[in-house]
Design a protein around this ligand. Structure first.
Ligand SMILES: NC(=O)C1=CN([C@@H]2O[C@H](COP(=O)(O)OP(=O)(O)OC[C@H]3O[C@@H](n4cnc5c(N)ncnc54)[C@H](OP(=O)(O)O)[C@@H]3O)[C@@H](O)[C@H]2O)C=CC1
Ligand SMILES: O=C(O)[C@@H]1CCC=N1
Length: 271
């Protein structure tokens, strides 16, 4: 972003604030170029102190912004769109939506406007520059898609996918952060039961998980290839792994991801 541009994040909750922090940490913009909105703006006081613009006036925020990020819950979107519609100019702003289960076309239809919409599905690791962000659009120009990708590339890794896969991306990557965190937590609980203080067990489990992920990312290898290197014949790894599988470890993860994907597709249209 150049120094004259402003980005409005409408709905500064968990993901909106993670995005703001990520962009500022990556030096993409200054806090003063970021307009954070939510209805309860007292909750944004610490961000105001850090130099971010904070307001509950979505309409004013949109008028000032070059890039408008929609980051409210799916169930809150229509009310927000009603509010900002008068300020949206298709030639001025780029709309970026991180909202699960809402298509670019849903947004255009509701606005009754032929504006370009690019969807981005980040995860909360965006706050530390480690997001896996999936990008999709049905009418965004290559220039705008590249702009959105370049923004999100500074706060992690991006991949462009077909829009029909966005709910799947939500489950695998956005919800996925929680699934892996729960796995690490469970590992640490096991660690405590076998003798480590809780704090040490958590740190040891988290670093072990990081090493496992990096083995795949840095060596481009397959999990089973790396697992084969750990499982000594008649050893304790295969014994533990098989015990986990007897209790449905892989199956639980697969079923959970499928269930999340179904749910992600229903969020906007459910009561
Ligand atoms: N959390 C995550 O990891 C991810 C979330 N998403 C998507 O991002 C969206 C937000 O999720 P999440 O951050 O978890 O939810 P939060 O509830 O934490 O954030 C939503 C925010 O929107 C604000 N809000 C609601 N209505 C309005 C309004 N009319 N104007 C301005 N602000 C408003 C709320 O604050 P207040 O009540 O004060 O207005 C709240 O802070 C969802 O659509 C979700 O699907 C996508 C990827 C990852
Ligand atoms: O739980 C949710 O619905 C949102 C979408 C992806 C992550 N959090």
């Amino acid at each position: 972003m150049n120094a004259n541009q402003q980005i409005a994040i409408l709905g500064s909750g968990n993901i909106g604030l993670s995005l703001a922090k990520g962009l500022v940490t990556a030096n993409i913009c200054q806090p003063s170029q970021v307009i954070l909105t939510r209805r309860n703006i007292e909750a944004l006081a610490e961000y105001e102190e850090q130099g971010y613009q904070t307001t509950s006036a979505n309409l004013k925020a949109v008028k000032k912004a070059d890039i408008v990020v929609l980051a409210v819950l799916p169930q809150q979107l229509n009310k927000l769109l009603d509010e900002i519609k008068p300020a949206i100019k298709s030639e001025k702003q780029l709309l970026v939506s991180v909202i699960s289960g809402v298509s670019c076309d849903d947004i255009r239809r509701y606005l009754e406007m032929n504006i370009q919409v690019v969807r981005a599905m980040p995860n909360t690791a965006i706050a530390i520059g480690q997001s896996m962000t999936c990008i999709a659009t049905d009418n965004g120009s290559p220039k705008n898609v590249n702009l959105v990708r370049s923004l999100f590339n500074t706060v992690g890794v991006t991949i462009q996918i077909n829009e029909e896969l966005m709910t799947s991306a939500t489950a695998l990557c956005a919800c996925g952060i929680a699934f892996f965190l729960r796995s690490i937590r469970a590992a640490s609980q096991g660690g405590t039961e076998i003798g480590f203080h809780a704090q040490d067990a958590l740190r040891m489990a988290a670093q072990t998980a990081k090493g496992a992920a990096d083995l795949l990312l840095q060596l481009s290898s397959h999990p089973e290839q790396e697992i084969d290197k750990v499982t000594s014949p008649k050893g304790c790894t295969i014994a533990g792994l098989n015990e986990m599988e007897h209790h449905g470890f892989s199956s639980a993860m697969i079923k959970g991801i499928k269930f999340s994907a179904e749910k992600a597709g229903e969020l906007y249209h459910e009561d």
